[in-house]
Ligand binder design. Sequence first.
Ligand SMILES: *[C@@H]1O[C@H](CO)[C@@H](O)[C@H](O)[C@H]1NC(C)=O
Ligand SMILES: *[C@@H]1O[C@H](CO)[C@@H](O)[C@H](O)[C@H]1NC(C)=O
Ligand SMILES: *[C@@H]1O[C@H](CO)[C@@H](O)[C@H](O)[C@H]1NC(C)=O
Ligand SMILES: *[C@@H]1O[C@H](CO)[C@@H](O)[C@H](O)[C@H]1NC(C)=O
Ligand SMILES: *[C@@H]1O[C@H](CO)[C@@H](O)[C@H](O)[C@H]1NC(C)=O
Length: 445
Amino acid sequence: MRIKYTICFIFIVALVIIEKESNIISKVSDKLSLKQTPQTPVQAGGLSWTVMQNGSGSPVLDYTDPQSYRYTNRRLENFSESGEGGLLPASASDGRKHILLLATTRTGSSFVGEFFNQQGENMFYLFEPLWHVERMLTLESGRTNATASAAAYRNVLRQLFLCDFSMLESFIKPEPQDHVTHSLFRRESSQSLCEDPVCTPFVKKVFERFRCRTRRCGPLNLTLASQSCLQKQHRAIKSVRVRQLETLRPLAEDPRLDIKFIQLVRDPRAVLASRMVAFSTKYKNWKRWAEDGEVPEDDDEVRKLKGNCDNIRMSAETGLKWPTWLRGRYMLVRYEDIARFPMSKAAEMYQFAEIPFTPKVKEWILKNTHASSEVSGVYSTQKNSSQQVEKWRVSMPFKLAQVVQKVCGPAMTLFGYTFAQSEEMLRDLSISLIQETSLRTNEIS
Ligand SMILES: *[C@@H]1O[C@H](CO)[C@@H](O)[C@H](O)[C@H]1NC(C)=O
Ligand SMILES: *[C@@H]1O[C@H](CO)[C@@H](O)[C@H](O)[C@H]1NC(C)=O
Ligand SMILES: *[C@@H]1O[C@H](CO)[C@@H](O)[C@H](O)[C@H]1NC(C)=O
Ligand SMILES: *[C@@H]1O[C@H](CO)[C@@H](O)[C@H](O)[C@H]1NC(C)=O
Ligand SMILES: *[C@@H]1O[C@H](CO)[C@@H](O)[C@H](O)[C@H]1NC(C)=O
């Protein structure tokens, strides 16, 4: 009898440990996913590794600069030679919309991504597929080559919009076997990857790093995912990794895509405050400065923040200048407006994307913006939005706010965020720091 109990006990302990482990693993990968890459300006010209349209309408990969891809260790080099790129379906856009939600970390992009993820049967939504690409292209120094990454991001995005996962597969580690993987980053965040027929019967003993939450599924068969994608009317992808909108110009000009870019921005002071909580290890310097009340002028972290803000601002400037290639394809959205007016902003985004705003999305928004305050994990998309939007002002040291205002000033001015002139002004929530701007789709500031 004793032995039986002991065995039971050990078994339960083991189960608990396994559960804990997998939580830790998914937390770590969350952190990794939100890891930021250092900023380097993107040079014009870029790589010659582009997907080109063959006269017949079947695209081919022109991969003439193998050196640029020496960081990726497999199969990429074989794309052009073996003509794998030719697998791309040659679909015309025929009313299909392709939405790319561009953001940076801690701007509410998971929440806004849900607006599309929840659309229903007509939407194929992918959450941060470029996570794999960034990871593979991160050099030993921890940096990425901005030019090389930008080209890889663009090409992977294009393929994914066309429901071709082959290039993405070459970036997934461990390498998918027969197009089946158990490591697709945050699979559970894409409804399309966790519903029939992409959700195959659950297989015991296979460790799923990112498993569907709503139900147990077998490892992800990307062939099935691709088939499901092809059957959906519209496609949406969210990414916090694209640095410059300009680098995506070839996508805007691809007639098969009819792409719509939605750029999501947020008050950089709030972003910093949020990152200091969410990525506390990475932001430990900032935390120290918050305690000391001193921020070194000449510091890598400060330069990184500036680089970030400059990239976001330059992308928005590109969009708002309304170049021909972006006409009707660019929309700028502020997190604060979504938090305060989620329903009307979502409706506006759908109108911009020219996709019907479904009751399912409305229902989701209603449910998740009136959610009780008890559900508010750092990665949770359920929050009382209005309440959250200016919370950072209560606790952020004025010194830090000043540093952000200094290095991100031009971006703040462009997006309509008021500078706090004093600590009193920062703390006084009756003074709004959010200007009501008319910045919208294709308007010049
Ligand atoms: C390009 O299209 C032509 C037909 O127009 C075809 O014969 C040729 O094989 C295609 N080339 C590639 C690389 O797909
Ligand atoms: C980045 O990659 C591009 C394209 O491969 C290359 O021309 C450039 O020299 C690289 N830059 C650095 C700093 O390594
Ligand atoms: C590319 O293809 C060649 C010939 O099929 C093969 O020998 C080589 O191992 C392949 N390279 C990679 C990285 O898969
Ligand atoms: C993945 O799905 C495709 C399409 O149904 C199927 O042909 C293939 O056998 C599946 N792969 C595996 C490894 O089950
Ligand atoms: C959020 O919370 C505030 C204060 O608790 C409340 O007044 C407001 O109605 C809530 N908003 C929503 C959308 O639930």
